[in-house]
Write a protein that binds this ligand. Structure first.
Ligand SMILES: C[S@@+](CC[C@H](N)C(=O)[O-])C[C@H]1O[C@@H](n2cnc3c(N)ncnc32)[C@H](O)[C@@H]1O
Length: 209
């Protein structure tokens, strides 16, 4: 697909991109040997600090709400970061544009909980999504997850167990995850925080099973 010069300019300036700019995504991704993605970045509290501490990595933040994208952009500009691109839109849309085996990690912190039984089918992490993330991850790539909703945490662990191609570890998130707005709210309210890291098993590990 040819890239329109205007879109290339937006990538060079790290402006917020939308669905119509997705053809240009490889232009950003190929600049980095390691790429990590945060799905549902909210106001960017985690993303900005993590990007500052991980300057050698390319980071992509995905956020559905325009106002929140602008807040992330403000934080990134204030810190003069050159390694973060923000996608304003639905994560499902962006995930279809990535190459298999190209992503080092996904960060999913406090996805919308949909706590009522009837609403649970709206949760972002479901079996097809996990399969998709598995394909997109590099060998030993990671999915970092945190929630204050215990049964969402259990759901993620069970999905990973059923899939069989991930190893699960509790309490192994990057320290910056504690800076996410919802993590801070959880701490302030004295609530429990449930975390898990899923690590994609290598072909060798799968053969040993
Ligand atoms: C509960 S907030 C958590 C924000 C942040 N991760 C934190 O820990 O403070 C969930 C965020 O995910 C965003 N979101 C929900 N579904 C999404 C989707 N399919 N694609 C991109 N963002 C999404 C929402 O707009 C919201 O900002």
């Amino acid at each position: 697909m040819s890239i329109i010069p205007g879109i290339k300019r937006r990538i060079d300036r790290l402006e917020i991109i939308t669905a119509s700019d997705l053809a240009s995504l490889p232009l950003f991704l190929k600049r980095w040997s390691q790429v990590e993605i945060e799905i549902g970045s909210g106001n960017g509290h985690f993303l900005a600090q993590y990007a500052r501490n991980q300057a050698s990595k390319g980071l992509l933040g995905i956020e559905l709400k325009a106002k929140r994208c602008r807040k992330i952009q403000k934080k990134i500009s204030a810190l003069r970061l050159g390694n973060v691109l923000i996608f304003h839109g639905n994560a499902n849309q962006l995930l279809t544009c990535l190459y298999p085996g190209s992503i080092d990690a996904f960060h999913i912190y406090f996805p919308d909980p949909w706590p009522k039984t009837k609403q649970r089918k709206r949760r972002f992490i479901k079996q097809p999504l996990l399969k998709k993330l598995y394909l997109l991850l590099k060998p030993s790539g990671r999915i970092y997850f945190a929630s204050d909703v215990y049964d969402y945490f259990l759901q993620v662990r069970l999905l990973a167990l059923a899939d069989g191609r991930f190893s699960c570890f509790n309490n192994s998130l990057p320290p910056e995850a504690e800076l996410s707005l919802y993590a801070q709210k959880t701490y302030q309210h004295g609530q429990d925080l449930f975390t898990v890291t899923l690590i994609k098993k290598t072909d060798q590990e799968l053969e040993l099973k």
